[in-house]
Every structure is written in C-alpha cells, then in structure tokens.
Write a protein that binds this ligand. Structure first.
Ligand code: GAR
Length: 209
C-alpha cells in the first residue's frame, strides 16, 4: 500500500473519508499521519480517535515560514509517505517545499478550477451567476490552487443558495471525489509528468491537464 500523509487545518471531513476508504483491504493506500498547522483543528482529534498518528506544527512556534516548513519536511523524512494529500490545509506551501515533493502532493479545492481559486470561492461562484459549481482534485504546483487536474465533480447552484448551502452541497461530492482520486493515484493510474496529468490508457490524456 502507498503511504499517505494528510495535511489539514480544520474539521477534517475529507481526511475522514480518505481514512474510511483506506480501511478497505483492496484500497491501494493507507494513512500514516495526519499533520496540521492548527493544533486546535478538530480533525486531529478525529484522526487520533481512529488510531492515526497526528502531528501539529503551529506556525507561530517557528520564526519563519522556512523554519515552519523545515519542521514539516523533517517529519515527512521520518514518516516517509509516498504521497501528501492536502485536505482543507489552508496554508500556501512554498516553491521549495513543493519542488521537494513534486508530483507527490495533491489537493482538493471546492470549485471547478481554474475558476475561483483561493478563498471565498463559493460566494464568488454565486456572485458570478454560475449555474453549476463543484470541486477539483489536482496535483499541487507552485501557484495557489493550480496544477494539473486529476478529477472534478459537479453540482447545481440552486436559486436562493448562499455560500453555506453551496459549500455543503459541494462537500458531499468532495467526499466521493477525493477517495476516488487517491485510489487512482495510489494505484498508479494517474501521475504528473512535464507539468501534465497523465492518465494511462486514456486517449485524451495528451491534451488535458
Ligand atoms: C473543503 O471544502 C476543502 O475543499 C476546502 O476546505 C474544506 C475543508 O473541509 N479547501 C480549500 O478551500 C483549499 N483551498 P474539511 O476539513 O472538512 O475536509
């Protein structure tokens, strides 16, 4: 099984869905650590309750972003994951960090990227008058919420939706998409090459990503 470190900052509902999927004997991945920049993240308690190793790295315990990331990189060197899944990790990783883990970090973002990267994504989709919204799992590259797409899921935007209603609807499809994307990655059925996502056996792979 591929070894997975999950990075969270909050409630960790996506992390729990990944953990659920990993419990299936045939699933090609296992979660070996949940790491957070927020010691108070409720997801850490939920991970620990399932017997998953948890580590927290509060930003203010370190003098610089570089020191903070160095501590996380040291922990990763010890844990030796194959891949890192960002799951509601609300901190932008530096180019140095990302290059060290190039092609081995994936993220979930609650919009149909490249639309609406960054914060307040649901509100911005509503204000733009979108009739559909959704979520994206992608390889992490240096830009925020950029990088080749592994998978997406779509939901309708309904009349009267506020940001919370839309976020809730999108979260239900995040919970299906992220385990499916991780399965594909861990099974070797998608990888990043020359800045593109490669889907072996998929005739369209050369033009997407
Ligand atoms: C999820 O909606 C995730 O897509 C989003 O934060 C939420 C975390 O929820 N991530 C981002 O906005 C990253 N740019 P969770 O902690 O319950 O999984």
């Amino acid at each position: 099984k591929k070894r997975i470190a999950v990075f969270i900052s909050g409630s960790g509902s996506n992390m729990l869905k990944l953990a659920d999927a990993c419990e299936a004997p045939a699933f090609p991945a296992e979660i070996v650590a949940v790491m957070s920049d927020k010691p108070e993240a409720t997801g850490l308690t939920k991970a620990a309750a399932r017997g998953i190793k948890t580590l927290s790295f509060p930003r203010k315990a370190y003098e610089s972003k570089q020191d903070h990331e160095a501590a996380m990189l040291d922990a990763l060197a010890e844990i030796q994951p194959d891949f890192i899944c960002l799951a509601g990790f609300m901190r932008l990783l530096s180019g140095d960090f990302i290059r060290a883990w190039e092609g081995r970090i994936i993220n979930i973002h609650p919009s149909l990227l490249p639309l609406f990267p960054g914060l307040n994504t649901h509100q911005r989709a509503i204000i733009a008058g979108m009739k559909v919204a959704g979520c994206t799992v992608h390889f992490v590259t240096e830009g925020m919420d950029e990088g080749p797409v592994i998978g997406q899921a779509v939901v309708p935007v309904l009349p009267g939706d506020d940001a919370d209603a839309l976020a809730t609807r999108i979260l239900t499809v995040e919970h299906q998409l992220y385990p499916a994307a991780l399965e594909r990655l861990a099974a070797g059925n998608v990888w990043m090459e020359n800045g593109k996502a490669v889907f072996p056996g998929d005739a369209t792979s050369k033009t997407t990503g």
